[in-house]
Design a protein around this ligand. Sequence first.
Ligand code: PEP
Ligand code: NA
Ligand code: MN
Length: 618
Amino acid sequence: TLTFRPSTAPAAVPAGGSPPPSTSPGLIALRLWVDEVVALTKPDRVHWVDGSAAEHDALMRELVAEGKLIKLNPEWRPGSYLARTHPGDVARVEARTFIASENEDDAGPTNNWVAPDEIRGTLTSLFAGSMRGRTLYVVPFSMGAVGGPLSHIGVQLTDSAYAVASIGIMTRVGTPVLREIENGAPWVRTVHSVGAPLAPGQADAAWPCNDEKYIVHFPDTLEVWSFGSGYGGNAILAKKCFALRIASVIGRDEGWLAEHMLLIRVIDPSGRAYHLAAAFPSACGKTNLAMLRPTIPGWRVETLGDDIAWIRKGADGRMWAINPEAGFFGVAPGTGESTNVTAVETLWGNTIFTNVALRPDGDVWWEGLTDEAPPHLTDWRGEPWTPDSGRPAAHPNSRFTVPAAQCPQIADDWETPEGVPLDAIIFGGRRATNVPLVLEATDWAHGVFLGSTVSSEKTAAAEGTVGELRRDPFAMLPFCGYNMADYFAHWLRVGQSLRFDHAPRIFQVNWFRKGADGRFLWPGFGENARVIDWIIRRIDGKVPAVTTPIGRMPRLSDLNLDGIDVPEADLEQLFEIDPRSWLDEADLTEEFFATFGGRIPAALTSELSALRYRLRAA
Ligand code: PEP
Ligand code: NA
Ligand code: MN
């Protein structure tokens, strides 16, 4: 742990939510740790978050009074607020995100590694006095239903009231979680400071933060220390830091999976329900698929989660999944009636918007919400804006933070502690070339190979060539808390522990393939239900598949295309396999695997060899 100054009595005067008196070892450990962090960071006040509605209201009133939130017009957007960040604090900072494992090899080539001892020294200096003039909030949170068999608890100490409000939407917080700790549940320590101490009498900024940023994960001691940023993924430590980076390490050690996946229930016309988890890199429509409205009659989708899934083998040998979150932290631009009407309806109220534009009537707007921009807005920086301004009104990474329960198609049982049994796992990227609309893995190891090769094309590729690939295996590149080659091995091990007939089937999809003329070949959005329809008929053994060198594909006649007009030639291009281009891609995959220096599991290098063999024979 950090070397703290001698812990005298905490300097802070408790105000508001005080810790419940208890002699339980769990709560004593928590109080001692809070005392240590208080002694280091020197806040003026300590507030134990109880999660009550009264507390939330008081917090929001205070943020508005301090000019840190703008209350939106309740006539249009009840219970909703707008935050404007510092212009330099608008996104996750991957270059400032570190894995501080004892051994550098355990972080792997895809993470920024720092030596734990060295970084603890740096963090101790940064956090020393960093909360002066502020309140330290103690936020006990549960990922997953409180007390659930797949759930995990953490505590975030933070000096950002905006973070507290956001964590309150994204997770379950407060007294019920403290009770779990009191009863002996293990919990993970996370500490967050915006790094902007206030001298006595000093006026606060609307968005306090620090130019120097550190998001540091300690996988060996299961801790997170985050300094300098107030933005979502850097500050809501329960989400990417805990539920993905730290949880992936816990999952590795305990035999389960913490994944960057949406979770949906698909109900077919006969009323049968199927559960699908899907991993897509950022900007590939994950939230849209999570809230899909099928265009084919009789089909329904219920939303379970849009970003994270925790998956564990159940007593019945099947894989069971929960969405550990309680809210959606989504990108606003591009969310509109035509792309994701469900999200638009979810945002009717009780939402914290960040960096979107403000309308004169006190409501919000962002690019894509409506086809036409309003004539006058205040942009995300607080400047007057018109459609002629020549810059976006909302920041491209502007966000909404909203309770999942408000989603009109959320599954009734979305909080069920034991989760849902998975029928299929889907991997997707944004590929202009090569990757067909849908592909089925031949077995689990082939599916893991498909996951390990997920990528998006950076540049528009010419026909027959592959554009520059941005690799994002399992869509976990920025979120895996340990060496990704070991993560692939972990996936292979988990698959081996499943009975073959109990393992979810693995598929790859690509909504983004382009024709020779640069046009998207597939309409996407609600029509993606047609691909899911095929996936489900495959799971049920109702349709045969065509075996190809890269995996199993549909017979074109098996796709339900009733009511849409996809030209025959486009369909053929959507499923075209060019062996030469695929052999080039295999070379790129070999290069990618080589960055792991021999640590890639043999099963995956065999998959690559077998792929090349099949392509050459084709
Ligand atoms: C984030 O940026 O904090 C975040 C949640 O990331 P993403 O939307 O890319 O998953
Ligand atoms: Na590195
Ligand atoms: Mn995400």
